[in-house]
Design a protein. Structure first.
Length: 272
């Protein structure tokens, strides 16, 4: 049995689908099992319960554990879980102690490494789905406002993260691996806005904000200040620079990572 946490999220839903397609027994965790709408045959349980009986492999989305994972790791080992595939972050490669995202994920990785469980750490960069935060403004005004519009990033399609996760959950070849997962090309925020416009057949506009105003809006939108500072610092570091592109998706799955244009076409309805 494979337990998938965050099973109705952008990545988890595709992980569940990939496992079902492969014929695996899946238990999926959802905050509201009654509305999970997952494939037939999937056992759905409430996130708070964290039922590990009969589970041998766990896909762990850090969003469901809050702080550290020590108690969960002990429970997992006691219940017979053998392997954890962690949805970590490429930010772990950043040694900056002020990078709150990196600190959080490095701590989780270290706790898992120190357990007696097998592990794989998936380290995606920016998610293409992060642009869904622009959807309401695009629908209403056709304008996206943000700081560092010329920052280069290599956004990854959540389906590609899921495909690598399924491989790690079902096979042994990624045990102890730390694949860095990115899209196949560097695009700027401005590029992303125009690509979304192409996908929905509408002319969209990007307006540059100052970092100070962008931070105020992020914090007002319930982004923790340390995370807002980290994100803005990352964008600032890549302004007028190409993002690093990793070959790991293609190496592991045997097919090129999906482009941001493919992601935009797949999700065009959200922006119309």
């Amino acid at each position: 049995m494979i337990l998938v946490t965050g099973a109705t999220g952008n990545v988890g839903r595709h992980v569940v689908g990939g496992l079902v397609e492969a014929g695996a027994d899946v238990r999926a965790l959802s905050r509201d099992p009654s509305t999970a709408d997952l494939p037939a045959g999937v056992e759905v349980a409430e996130t708070g319960a964290f039922p590990l009986g009969g589970v041998t492999t766990l896909f762990l989305n850090p969003a469901v554990v809050g702080g550290g994972v020590g108690p969960l790791l002990k429970k997992a080992a006691d219940e017979g879980v053998r392997r954890i595939v962690l949805l970590s972050s490429a930010s772990t490669l950043d040694d900056d102690r002020d990078n709150a995202i990196a600190v959080r994920h490095r701590t989780l990785e270290r706790e898992i490494e120190e357990s007696r469980l097998e592990w794989t750490f998936l380290r995606p960069g920016a998610f293409a789905s992060n642009t869904l935060q622009w959807a309401a403004r695009i629908r209403s005004t056709g304008v996206v406002r943000a700081a560092y519009g010329r920052a280069g990033i290599a956004p990854i399609h959540e389906r590609d993260i899921a495909h690598v996760a399924v491989r790690a959950l079902l096979h042994d070849d990624l045990m102890g691996a730390t694949p860095v997962l990115t899209g196949p090309q560097s695009v700027t925020l401005i590029d992303q806005v125009h690509i979304i416009g192409d996908a929905i057949g509408r002319s969209l506009r990007f307006e540059e904000m100052t970092p100070e105003v962008a931070r105020e809006e992020m914090v007002a939108g319930h982004v923790p200040p340390a995370i807002a500072d980290t994100l803005l610092g990352m964008f600032a570091a890549f302004e007028d620079r190409q993002a690093d592109v990793s070959p790991d998706v293609e190496t592991i799955t045997g097919r090129p990572a999906r482009t941001f244009a493919e992601w935009a076409a797949d999700n065009a309805a959200a922006f119309r």
